[in-house]
Design a protein around this ligand. Structure first.
Ligand SMILES: Cc1cc2nc3c(=O)[nH]c(=O)nc-3n(C[C@H](O)[C@H](O)[C@H](O)COP(=O)(O)OP(=O)(O)OC[C@H]3O[C@@H](n4cnc5c(N)ncnc54)[C@H](O)[C@@H]3O)c2cc1C
Length: 321
């Protein structure tokens, strides 16, 4: 169910910031406990998992695509009466503590609309880490991409590169090798962080070419990306070289998407929200879940686990007054 803009001023029991896997799981738990819930989402429900073509490590589901996983979850939320509001939450403020509520928060959206909630679950996840090189934003969508499964089909029979050495980079290279003519896999060290089985699969592909001990130090192209400059790294003394490319897939990790809330809630040095085992944050009445949260493993199972835990903690908080 969608709600019309600016239509509801009465406070929700729980406002959820971000309809990724963590946020939507929290919604299911809260709705089943008969709490009123509003879920804010700045793009589409599902979050980062919609960027993957195959999930094979979610218990009970041997294999599913990321978009099907997200669609099923969204339908499950909707089946319990979940309401989505499509806008970015820009600011959260504690406005007062009236006697009838444990707390009351205001959430301001990018369209300058204001909503109210008695508790908040922040499940804003993470976004791609950028190279921060001149031209990156201008060429993004014009040869530069952060998602092979989303944009790979634009590069059929072309020459592309993947930059990064983790699992996502390896999955991207393998995916692109079925579409592109040549896939360069550029890493700044000479060993991969990715699982050895993925590296082996990439090594077996004839059209994946490894470029080790290099960093991308410049991007070139007018209307679209035309080449990148590779510089030596990791102690190598190789000379700088230009690599002509039609596409570049940047896969150098993700950063938590919490900066908007840094004045409201405690973040650690890396920008993750600090919380305890029950997903309570530094602000009473505010909980967090998923990749936005500091924890050792950022995966679907931990996102769903956090969503359930945060919602249960929010419900307990509401019921304790
Ligand atoms: C390519 C790829 C493949 C992966 N494959 C697997 C896999 O096979 N198995 C596995 O277990 N894990 C996998 N993962 C990791 C997994 O996807 C994440 O750990 C999980 O999806 C995190 O969910 P989340 O809800 O915490 O965050 P996210 O998925 O990041 O969702 C956060 C949501 O919040 C929204 N949002 C952010 N800020 C705001 C705001 N201010 N206002 C409103 N909305 C906001 C975002 O638009 C987003 O929809 C993969 C990740 C990637 C990138």
């Amino acid at each position: 169910m969608l709600i019309s803009k600016n239509s509801e001023k009465t406070p929700y029991d729980i406002a959820i910031v971000g309809a990724g896997v963590a946020g939507m799981t929290a919604a299911i738990y809260a709705l089943r406990a008969k709490k009123s819930v509003l879920i804010f989402e700045e793009t589409v429900p599902g979050g980062q998992i919609i960027n993957t073509s195959k999930i094979e490590n979610y218990p009970g589901i041997p294999e599913i695509s990321g978009s099907d996983f997200a669609k099923t979850l969204k339908s499950q939320v909707a089946s319990f009466g979940g309401k989505f509001y499509f806008s970015t939450v820009e600011k959260i403020k504690k406005i007062k503590t009236p006697s009838e509520f444990p707390a009351l928060f205001s959430l301001k959206t990018s369209e300058d609309e204001e909503f109210f909630a008695k508790t908040i679950i922040i499940s804003s996840g993470s976004r791609e880490r950028k190279l921060d090189l001149p031209g990156e934003d201008r060429l993004s969508g014009r040869g530069i991409s952060y998602c092979a499964t989303c944009d790979g089909s634009f590069f059929k029979n072309k020459t592309v590169a993947v930059y990064g050495g983790g699992n996502t980079a390896l999955y991207s290279a393998l995916y692109l090798s079925n579409l592109a003519k040549t896939v360069y896999l550029i890493i700044r060290r000479n060993v991969f962080r990715a699982e050895p089985s993925l590296v082996r699969r990439a090594e077996e592909k004839e059209n994946i070419k490894f470029i080790k001990n290099r960093v991308i130090s410049a991007l070139a192209g007018e209307k679209s990306l035309s080449s990148v400059v590779l510089s030596a790294s990791n102690g190598s003394s190789a000379p700088e070289e230009t690599l002509p490319l039609d596409g570049l897939f940047i896969s150098i990790g993700r950063i938590p998407d919490n900066q908007r809330f840094k004045d409201f809630i405690s973040l650690d040095d890396e920008g993750y929200i600090s919380s305890d085992e029950s997903c309570k944050t530094s602000v009473p009445g505010v909980f967090c879940a998923g990749d936005a949260r500091k924890k050792p493993l950022h995966q679907l199972v931990t996102a769903t686990s956090d969503g359930a835990t945060a919602a249960t903690a929010a419900i307990d908080f509401l019921n304790s007054f």
